[in-house]
Design a protein around this ligand. Structure first.
Ligand SMILES: C[S@@+](CC[C@H](N)C(=O)[O-])C[C@H]1O[C@@H](n2cnc3c(N)ncnc32)[C@H](O)[C@@H]1O
Length: 241
């Protein structure tokens, strides 16, 4: 299993409600997370509005279906998961309300997402330094225009925003909407910049170890307040009918 999938899976597993029976994953992509949860005995349906992604998930043995959230119904679930997908879903209020409506009482909404709006100059300078160091160590696959542009260190925040703002919900709006629908919501920060580097690190046997080291360095810098965290994780329970 890829490091980034394991990183997400560990968060999901510790957030699932006790005795979980039925899980819905929304925006499953090519299904790596869903397949790993299935292997752990979790009963799961996954949806995505991209037919190629659904076909890839099905090849991993996932009960994946083509559907555009919030237009999907298949009974009630003990947990609804969005990993890096809720920021794409419009309208946001309906996407979150439909998740609540599809949960049993006591069921949980579990969201992994990113606060792209928080990226600041200092954090992006650090990120450009990380990319430079990978290149210096001969570990960088060239060809990612966005990462190359960041390394130029010219108007980094503007560049970052231009690459993220179009049609994506901010984490602040996602958090506000979840709180509006669910009430009390746990929010934690998490490393996330390392995810941009997965495709950019040379595909050797050490790939996952390098990525894990980067994620651990990122976590340490967040804890010390040296950089701003990009990752956000939200967990909320459905407590009322
Ligand atoms: C950034 S990818 C994340 C994929 C996967 N969850 C992961 O963490 O690797 C976002 C996914 O959400 C899907 N998606 C976006 N809007 C959707 C919608 N309204 N309904 C279902 N899937 C959607 C996209 O097709 C894409 O596969």
């Amino acid at each position: 299993m890829k490091f980034e999938t394991r990183f997400t899976r560990d968060f999901i597993k510790r957030s699932l409600p006790a005795g979980v029976r039925r899980v819905l994953e929304i925006g499953c992509g090519s299904g790596e997370l869903a397949a790993s949860l299935l292997q752990d005995g979790v009963s799961l349906i996954a949806i995505d509005n991209d037919a190629d992604s659904v076909a890839a998930a099905q090849r991993l043995g996932v009960d994946a279906r083509i559907a555009a959230w919030p237009d999907f119904e298949d009974g009630q679930f003990d947990a609804v998961l969005f990993t890096r997908s809720l920021h794409h879903m419009h309208p946001l209020d309906k996407a979150v309300q439909q998740a609540a409506d599809n949960l049993v009482i006591g069921g949980r909404l579990i969201v992994e997402d990113f606060a792209y709006e928080t990226a600041d100059e200092k954090t992006l300078q650090w990120f450009a330094d990380v990319i430079d160091r990978l290149d210096g160590a001969g570990l960088l696959v060239k060809g990612d225009d966005f990462l190359s542009a960041l390394r130029s260190r010219t108007e980094m925040v503007k560049l970052w925003r231009e690459n993220h703002e179009s049609g994506l919900h901010s984490a602040a709006n996602v958090f506000a909407e979840i709180r509006r629908v669910f009430g009390e919501t746990q929010c934690e920060e998490a490393p996330y910049y390392f995810r941009y580097l997965s495709q950019a690190i040379v595909p050797t046997a050490d790939h996952d170890k390098i990525l894990q080291n980067l994620a651990e360095q990122e976590a340490g810098l967040i804890t010390r307040g040296t950089i701003l965290a990009l990752g956000r994780r939200f967990v909320a329970g459905r407590n009322k009918s």
